[in-house]
Design a protein around this ligand. Structure first.
Ligand code: GLP
Length: 255
């Protein structure tokens, strides 16, 4: 699968693109440029950008490039991928806080173009309904950038969750709850998430899935080789019409 200086490689059986890079910096640079090309093609694009450790450098590079190249993003809309239920947006571990700190504040994005889940809403079902309606009004998602949970989740679409879900309340998998503690400085009770659904994932006009480091090696292997099934949601990328898996050498399992 891995060839030096060859960013695009096709996996054995599928039409999916897999882009393997020598290190985290290279893959982040590549991913930032991919996002820029979406913005260049469509200055009114709707982006859904994951939070987490994986895309952090991508966003830092993206912000730098947008500022340096004076790219206009005033018509770009941003929709949230997921959020921890019950965690206020002032908590640095929330997805809300992460996106504002790393993308929206440095780029001075107009609040009217930012659409995130309210994890404290008294009516979570209504939050999901509002998000679904909004995405419809925006005529769908142009680019969805997702990470891979260690159990293969996409957003908070956990193993076994329905493939035809739009935004919904998710019961978090025990591994997600355990790993999720890493985003918080205090011990936190995590039980549910709000997330866009796999139906949004399939409908996105372009999907970028990213993973880096040895800790993701096993799940990347499953993503590429296990039967395509919601038991490992990340495998569903192999059914998407326009998707790319962006990984570094460590996650690829190559020596
Ligand atoms: C988290 C989030 C996902 C994220 C994934 C991987 O729990 N719900 O949206 O993509 O798990 O996170 P990380 O990049 O920190 O490994």
């Amino acid at each position: 699968m891995y060839l030096n200086n060859q960013p695009y490689l096709h996996t054995k059986n599928d039409r999916m693109n897999c882009s393997v890079h020598s290190d985290y910096h290279q893959m982040s640079e590549f991913a930032a440029n991919e996002i820029l090309s979406v913005l260049a093609a469509n200055p009114k694009a709707t982006l859904c950008l994951a939070t987490g450790d994986t895309p952090l450098l991508t966003y830092q590079l993206l912000v730098e490039k947008i500022i340096r190249q004076k790219i206009k993003i005033s018509q770009i809309h941003f929709v949230g991928l997921d959020e921890w239920v019950g965690v206020p947006h002032t908590n640095p571990g929330s997805c809300h806080y992460f996106l504002h700190k790393n993308i929206f504040t440095p780029l001075n994005v107009n609040l009217k173009n930012i659409h995130l889940f309210d994890a404290l809403s008294a009516n979570l079902a209504d939050e999901c309904k509002k998000m679904n309606e909004l995405i419809d009004r925006l005529q769908g998602i142009d680019l969805m950038l997702v990470g891979i949970g260690r159990n293969g989740h996409i957003g908070f679409n956990e193993p076994g969750d329905a493939e035809n879900n739009f935004a919904h309340i998710s019961q978090l998998d025990p591994l997600t709850i355990e790993v999720g503690q890493k985003y918080f400085t205090e011990t936190i009770h995590l039980q549910k998430g709000l997330t866009l659904g796999l139906a949004h994932f399939y409908a996105a006009r372009k999907v970028m899935m990213m993973a880096n480091g040895i800790k993701k090696k096993e799940i990347v292997k499953k993503t590429l080789e296990y039967p395509i099934s919601t038991q490992v949601p990340a495998t569903l990328i192999r059914k998407h019409q326009n998707a790319i898996l962006i990984i570094d050498k460590d996650a690829s399992g190559q020596e």
